[in-house]
Design a protein. Structure first.
Length: 320
């Protein structure tokens, strides 16, 4: 693989192209300043304006959300995994039908595997613009987003209508539902009754891993973060591990699709065809069968996530 070929598989943080109209709450006050990024795969954006950086289907999607302080993402759920790790800022995640069942605050490097079939939202509670990186299960990320009914109703008052085809229409721009396409139906009371309302004590110990705990545990080998026998036990169709300076495992060759995502420090990536440096916020889609080695390029604390596809089907959170 030539340097140019690998460079085409790296999305640099500074080159990310945001979409500010990705979802139905794009005009709703309090959510109207958020930015959505689709990095690898088709993502779950409802807008034709969404830019896709790498369209390859690798068994999971990589995306990101960037938000100024006190801007929130409205309550929604997914049919497959939604995993976030904090790249920058301080974030409050909350869940439940009205967002009041439980909550947790995450700092840089922390990771949260949010259980499927549970309404969730998140808010930047830091003082500056913040970014969270996302891993979504499956090539089609579960077929899209399922919104809490109040989100759809609130959006109508601000001109946005979601069609049953999963596409967004802005009536303030003269857009209307196409002939034969009805509005997305809101969940009825019977369907809503099936959504659980777990407490913070039930969710956080099972589905959250903290950055500094992973740093301590990676003193000799990479830490299995998400997997059937990992810190967070799940089989979402991918596995996540964490490496630090002390857990480098030398040159490796994986027959799986692998994505490398630094969260802290600068990482030198060497392969037979060349060398490059990955920085926090960069995303590298390493293809199967390419031998490579990863190591911090500077002194100081360094942490990096790696994601690999598995043979497990994407679907509901394992054991929930």
């Amino acid at each position: 693989m030539t340097p140019a070929e690998l460079d085409a598989r790296i999305v640099r943080y500074g080159d990310l192209i945001p979409c500010k109209t990705a979802f139905i709450d794009a005009h709703t006050p309090g959510s109207d300043q958020k930015e959505n990024f689709t990095i690898i795969g088709g993502g779950v954006s409802e807008s034709p304006d969404q830019h896709v950086h790498i369209a390859d289907k690798i068994g999971f999607n990589i995306g990101a959300a960037g938000q100024p302080p006190r801007v929130r993402n409205s309550l929604h759920t997914h049919r497959t995994a939604e995993v976030f790790f904090v790249l920058s800022g301080r974030w409050r995640f909350f869940w439940g039908r009205w967002g009041k069942a439980g909550e947790v605050t995450l700092e840089a490097g922390d990771i949260f595997n949010i259980p499927t079939h549970m309404f969730r939202g998140f808010e930047n509670i830091g003082d500056d613009y913040g970014m969270i990186m996302a891993i979504l299960g499956g090539d089609d990320a579960g077929g899209g987003v399922v919104w809490a009914p109040q989100v759809i109703e609130d959006a109508k008052a601000h001109g946005l209508v979601l069609g049953e085809n999963g596409k967004l229409y802005d009536t303030k721009k003269g857009q209307n539902l196409p002939c034969g396409v009805g509005p997305m139906q809101v969940l009825d009371d019977a369907a809503l009754a099936e959504f659980p309302e777990p407490t913070t004590a039930e969710v956080v110990p099972r589905f959250v891993a903290r950055f500094w705990d992973m740093m301590a545990l990676s003193d000799r080998q990479p830490v299995d973060v998400i997997g059937p026998d990992a810190m967070i036990r799940d089989k979402p169709g991918f596995e996540v591990d964490f490496i630090s300076r002390d857990s480098l495992d030398g040159a490796t060759t994986s027959q799986r699709n692998q994505v490398i995502m630094p969260v802290l420090g600068h990482w030198r990536l060497d392969w037979e065809g060349g060398s490059t440096v990955l920085n926090p916020g960069d995303t590298c889609a390493m293809p199967p069968g390419v031998a490579h080695a990863l190591a911090p390029s500077m002194t100081g604390t360094a942490g990096c996530y790696r994601i690999r596809d598995t043979d497990d089907p994407a679907g509901r959170t394992w054991g929930v």
